[in-house]
Design a protein around this ligand. Structure first.
Ligand code: TXA
Ligand code: MG
Length: 372
């Protein structure tokens, strides 16, 4: 049985529901909880059996390490070997918040299952009252991947968690909808540079604004995007030039709706919309259930009587609104049994704020981009 707790956003660590959920974590159970990015599936970071349950519940490959969540900066001391001034400046600027730091780990503190054998550990302090209350009440670091079945879109509401994991986990804390909507940005300090390993809730632009004197390398520059694209094709391990894995999760197919899904890009909006409409009419005639994922501004281009499901993914001029809706939008196609989906949502490589969205869309589409 999976417990279901509804919690107000005003909770603190002394709230009876939080204490009950924290006791479950301490007892070695898994509990899903809201963060500002997506829902996480939490377990006591030092408990091998509890961590193993996360991998089983999600169906997650065991070589993909987990992020350790903390409720207080002081917890870092026992997790990492040492910090440095650049890492400290990043944490000062963005914690609590959607930034995950990969740092050298103190061996033996976090379960080896959670670090997947790497000498580093990924740590973040989430900016959500329920997550912080749970972390403080549990009094231990909590590992938490996104609380979805592996490969599915990450959950941005408790209902998404229930749809994927009910009956497979100890409990779900329902704290409403996640405000950021996509996962944290994963970074590593390498010498005097900051390398983005996974684009996410903090954009490269925000990192550069906060640390104007520091070189920030975007995921594409550090080779991660190319590496993950090549891997999706070849099914190989992600290695960079020195042969070491950077952010192992980047190699897996992710966030995918069940239907066939492709990104369509072209020089003009009307050209793309005409192409998509024509193709979907053909698909519909051959018995498919058809769908379009589009920006709010393009909605009028897709008549609702000609396509089975048209989903508004927020305004193109406001990438935050797109991130907020993206995963729920992808799940809507599954809920409606859509079998073929096209999206015209597209931000170019120079669009720093759109980088994380395109990263997720490309993976959801298994890198299938149709250039017309
Ligand atoms: O926003 C988030 O980060 C959410 C919420 C729940 O906090 N969590 C999340 O976890 O997205 P997950 O497990 O879905 O993604 C963790 C990512 C993976 O890409 C993984 O490879 C990377 O972090 N990662 C974890 N430990 C790492 C390490 N030591 N070195 C490099 N990458 C690491
Ligand atoms: Mg995930």
């Amino acid at each position: 049985m999976t417990k279901w707790w509804e919690v107000p956003l005003t909770v603190d660590a002394a709230h009876p529901i939080i204490r009950e959920a924290a006791a479950s974590i301490r007892a070695g159970e898994t509990v899903a909880f809201p963060t500002e990015t997506v829902y996480g599936l939490g377990a006591d970071a030092g408990n091998d059996e509890a961590v193993a349950q996360i991998y089983t519940a999600k169906g997650r490959p065991s070589d993909n390490p987990l992020i350790v969540h903390i409720g207080d900066r002081s917890e870092l001391d026992c997790l990492i070997v040492e910090s440095n001034s650049l890492a400290d400046r990043l944490m000062d600027a963005f914690w609590p918040g959607p930034l995950t730091m990969v740092m050298p780990a103190v061996p033996g503190v976090v379960s080896h299952l959670a670090t997947a054998g790497l000498p580093t550990v990924a740590v973040r302090m989430p900016d959500h009252p329920v997550a912080l209350a749970l972390l403080r009440a549990a009094g231990c670091p909590i590992v938490a991947p996104s609380a979805n079945r592996s490969g599915r879109p990450s959950p941005t509401s408790a209902r998404h968690v229930r749809d994927d994991l009910y009956g497979r986990i100890g409990g779900i804390l329902d704290g409403g909808q996640c405000q950021v909507g996509i996962e944290s940005t994963v970074v590593e300090v390498v010498g005097d540079e900051i390398h983005v390993l996974r684009p996410g809730g903090i954009s490269v632009e925000q990192l550069r604004d906060a640390l104007p004197d520091v070189a920030v390398r975007a995921a594409a520059e550090t080779g991660e995007a190319e590496v993950s694209a090549a891997i999706a094709e070849a099914g190989e391990s992600p290695t960079l030039h020195d042969g070491s894995p950077r952010s192992p999760g980047m190699k897996y197919m992710h966030y995918a709706p069940r239907g066939r899904f492709a990104i369509v890009h072209g020089s003009s909006e009307s050209e793309v919309a005409d192409w998509v409409l024509r193709r979907l009419l053909e698909e519909r005639r051959s018995g498919e259930r058809t769908g379009v994922l589009t920006f709010q501004e393009h909605m009028p281009r897709y008549p609702a009587d000609q396509i089975d499901l048209v989903v508004d993914c927020g305004s193109a001029s406001n990438p935050r609104s797109v991130a907020f809706r993206l995963y729920d939008a992808l799940r809507q196609f599954d809920d409606a049994g859509v079998t073929v989906i096209y999206t015209d949502c597209y931000y170019g490589h120079d669009h720093l704020e759109g980088e994380a969205i395109m990263n997720r869309l490309r993976k959801a589409a298994n890198h299938h981009i149709i250039q017309i």
